[in-house]
Write a protein that binds this ligand. Structure first.
Ligand code: AVJ
Ligand code: FE
Length: 445
């Protein structure tokens, strides 16, 4: 084979992979938006969420902007609607009153855009511009649609009405997991300069040196969190930060979102179905402030973002940072609870094949994990390809979440992937695990 043939073969493989990812992602978008009627698509189910039909057309509009117009250099399909679907021009609360595309118009629009994308995918050269190198722009658009799919899943969770989504039962716990894991001190590589579809905020790779720390082997479970609730944790300002306590009082928090009293115990309302609380599942739908209060009550703290990533990537055998806790291979159903296959987190101990070499479980999948770190660019950060994905959110207002949830697709989740949200938010599928400094006495030994 000549070099040119080799290049063609690589290009063909990449084209095939991109096409499969685009189709797989569109199937999920369709599932989420075909599940409800037009009224439910156009209604705003919460003032912090968009009408589902806005997410739908916005996904198509981003695909048009980046793939049809920029990568393909083709004429616009619907330039007239760009402003309507610009998240920065339209505050969420105003979105339901905009002259949005109706559901059938939005579906037709997505179809038209996708047709053009498949056409240009046949001809595109992957070696001409940085935007398209290794198919990056296509990967970015796949991840964008998947991120909005997770947002739409959160909207479904907020929607009032009979269940319309279904998932497979979660796997049972098969190994006992508990306690803490000691992560030795020393340097590791955080972020990446080489992962082809990594987004700008994951770059560049850089060395971070950490002192040793203890990290919970699993996310905090409903049982553990319930002990905090039962101990009066929501009524004791000692455990809360000043801002956290102020918020807790303002909105009168007393338990995770979607928990309901069930006789003498608790249950939760999940995608329209009520079920008793499962004690061994990671707690979900808690804000950063609640996570922070629980950790203080437990005599611990939240991990920093670097501590989370070292536990998820650092291989003690080689010192190398890998893509996932289990290695560099892609996630599978045995390794992680991702992709909306199940409509809840799975019990702690259900994914031994996904554990890290040090024995940290369920870092990827199940629940996003709050870290104590505010969202900033890494040293040497450069916005690419647009400032509005990450850079405009840098600052101390947001906290970083890591690891992905049961509603996160594998394309939008890896050891370097960074999510962020305001510390008061709990509509996202967020939980946490705790960390602790190694006590001075234990360090010498
Ligand atoms: C990375 C999940 C915080 O949903 O606001 C979607 C992803 N950016 N469209 C968000 C995103 C632009 C973003 N998060
Ligand atoms: Fe978006």
């Amino acid at each position: 084979m000549t070099d040119l043939d080799q290049q063609d073969a690589t290009g063909e493989r990449l084209r095939g992979r991109i096409a499969a990812e685009l189709e797989r992602t569109r199937d999920r978008t369709r599932l989420l938006t075909d599940a409800v009627d037009d009224g439910d698509l156009m209604r705003q189910h919460s003032t912090i969420m968009s009408p589902l039909v806005w997410d739908l057309a916005h996904v198509g509009n981003q695909e048009e902007l980046w793939l049809v117009r920029d990568v393909g250099g083709r004429p616009p399909v619907r330039q007239d609607i760009d402003d309507l679907y610009d998240a920065f021009k339209q505050p969420r609360k105003d979105r339901p009153s905009l002259p949005l595309l109706r559901p059938d118009e939005a579906r037709a629009y997505l179809h038209t855009v996708r047709d053009k994308v498949f056409d240009l995918l046949d001809h595109v050269r992957f070696d001409r511009r940085r935007l398209v190198t290794d198919g990056f722009a296509f990967g970015m658009i796949v991840q964008h649609e998947q991120q909005h799919d997770e947002t739409m899943l959160a909207t479904h969770q907020l929607r009032v009405g009979p269940p319309v989504l279904s998932g497979e039962p979660t796997p049972p716990a098969v190994v006992p997991v508990g306690g803490e894991v000691l992560v030795p001190g020393g340097p590791f590589t955080m972020g990446t300069s080489t992962d082809p579809w990594a987004l700008d905020n994951e770059r560049p790779g850089h060395v971070v040196d950490l002192p040793p720390y203890l990290l919970d082997a699993a996310p905090v479970t409903n049982d553990a969190y319930l002990a905090f609730v039962d101990a009066g944790g929501y009524h004791d300002p000692r455990w809360w930060s000043e801002a956290g306590w102020r918020h807790r009082c303002e909105v009168d928090l007393s338990a995770p979102m979607h928990w309901r009293r069930d006789g003498s115990g608790w249950g939760y309302l999940r995608f329209g179905r009520f079920s008793p609380l499962v004690g061994a599942e990671p707690v979900v739908h808690v804000s950063y402030y609640e996570a922070e209060a629980y950790a203080a009550w437990a005599g611990k703290r939240l991990p920093t973002e670097a501590e989370w990533e070292k536990a998820a990537r650092w291989d003690p055998a080689t010192g190398r940072s890998r893509r996932y806790p289990w290695g560099d291979e892609d996630p599978t159903v045995e390794r992680a609870n991702l992709g909306q296959r199940h409509l809840s987190p799975a019990p702690v101990g259900a994914y031994p094949a996904g554990a890290s070499p040090l024995g940290v479980h369920q870092l990827v999948g199940d629940v996003w994990e709050w870290t104590s770190t505010t969202f900033h660019g890494y040293p040497g950060f450069a916005a690419f390809p647009y400032r509005e994905y990450s850079e405009v959110f840098f600052g101390d207002a947001y906290r970083v979440l890591r690891g992905g949830s049961f509603g996160t697709d594998r394309s939008a989740c890896r050891g370097t992937f960074r999510n962020w949200d305001l510390p008061i938010r709990r509509q996202i599928f967020a939980g946490f695990r705790c960390a602790r400094d190694v006590p001075a006495g234990e360090r010498a030994a």
